[in-house]
Design a protein around this ligand. Structure first.
Ligand SMILES: Nc1ncnc2c1ncn2[C@@H]1O[C@H](COP(=O)(O)OP(=O)(O)OP(=O)(O)O)[C@@H](O)[C@H]1O
Ligand SMILES: [Mg+2]
Length: 335
């Protein structure tokens, strides 16, 4: 692949499902070859739909995309040869052994004989599955299954590997091991990895660039470092005892915004988030203002900018809340 051609390029992808469900509403991404790119977003944001379109499993209503330089709509066969796909749900045959799964996958990609045997052994070894190779997959742990899924996606040495939530559902130890695994893969021979994820700390650790997806489009894109850097100063979060009404939010937002050293105020249900040069320095004035306004405070914390703050800033909602629409309505509405 020509190194100047992006490994993945999506332009204005739109996808709707029956029942007036808009999965994608004009999604753009560009992934440079040899990099790890993370699509980050809450449930239903459109991450899997994006992966399905880029891996030729679904067609967009409009928009265009290329993968490894091939147009996904005009040359889906070329795209398929160039990519490996690890779907959100495991594609391994549970009745077959790990080795059989890899052998079958290899044959589907035209490998045979000694070359197939070598590749299968190599992958079993590298994903620490050699000892379990002869056991049926249904007896594997979650972490072992996920490692096998990734190995299956790599059998034919793809240029671009798609990983749809490789670590969701794994326990912390297996998750951490998977991060290491992906980190090692990324360092190898120009492999490009596009992965989707839920956890902000994963994005921070794994991806060189991330795009935050919300409601079917990219709301912000950049390196985790630069995204955090764009947020000036510390984040101060104040948990309230009772949610503020619309009028209270407006008045208080204005008052807090005029405190010295405060740049930004976001009032979201039971929580006030303030961005300030020196977080600890504004806390006393902040609490005094709230007390004067008769607003009960349950807790106050000061933190360095995190990707969670980036998400809050660009979507106006907290990351965890966006995962549950009901919770968001409750938190945002008058109670
Ligand atoms: N086959 C389908 N039929 C109807 N609606 C669908 C279908 N697939 C996805 N959707 C809807 O499209 C939207 C985006 O779904 P998608 O699976 O892409 O989200 P996601 O970001 O991968 O979410 P998750 O984090 O839960 O995996 C959601 O509203 C979902 O309900
Ligand atoms: Mg998904």
């Amino acid at each position: 692949m020509n190194s100047r051609v992006p490994a993945v390029e999506a332009r204005q992808l739109v996808k709707t499902y029956p029942g007036d469900i808009t999965a994608l509403s004009g999604l753009d991404i560009t992934v440079e070859p040899g990099t790890v790119f993370g699509l980050l977003g809450p449930n239903g944001a459109g991450k899997s739909t994006t992966v399905k379109i880029l891996t030729t499993l679904a067609r967009p209503d409009s928009g265009a995309a290329t993968v490894a330089g091939h147009d996904v709509l005009r040359h889906p066969d070329r795209v398929r040869r160039a990519i490996g796909v690890v779907a959100q749900n495991s594609g391994a045959d549970p009745v077959a052994t790990g080795r059989e799964n890899l052998q079958l996958q290899g044959r589907l990609h035209g490998l045979k004989g000694a070359a197939l045997g070598r590749r299968v052994d190599e992958l079993l070894e590298r994903f620490r599955l050699s000892d379990a190779a002869r056991r049926p997959v249904k007896g594997y742990s979650g972490g072992m299954r996920r490692r096998l899924d990734v190995a299956l996606g790599l059998v034919h040495r793809p240029e671009v590997l798609f990983l749809d939530e490789p670590t969701t559902g794994l326990d912390p130890e297996a998750r951490s091991a998977m991060w290491d695994e992906i980190g090692r893969l990324a360092g190898e021979e120009g492999l490009t990895i596009l992965l989707t994820m839920h956890y902000l700390e994963e994005a921070d650790r794994l991806a060189e660039r991330i795009a935050i997806v919300d409601r079917g489009r990219v709301v912000v894109e950049g390196s985790p470092h630069s995204l955090k850097g764009e947020l000036r100063g510390d984040a101060v979060h104040v948990e309230l005892r009772e949610a503020l009404g619309e009028a209270g939010r407006t008045v208080l937002g204005g008052t807090l915004g005029r405190l010295p050293g405060v740049h930004e105020v976001l009032i979201d249900g039971l929580r006030i988030s303030v961005r300030a040069d020196e977080g600890a320095a504004v806390v006393p004035a902040l609490l005094a203002t709230l007390e004067r306004a008769g607003v009960g405070v349950a807790a106050a914390t000061v933190a360095r900018p995190s990707l969670d703050d980036v998400y809050l800033r660009y979507t106006g909602r907290r990351y965890a809340e966006a995962d549950s629409a009901d919770q968001f309505v409750l938190a945002g509405g008058a109670r």
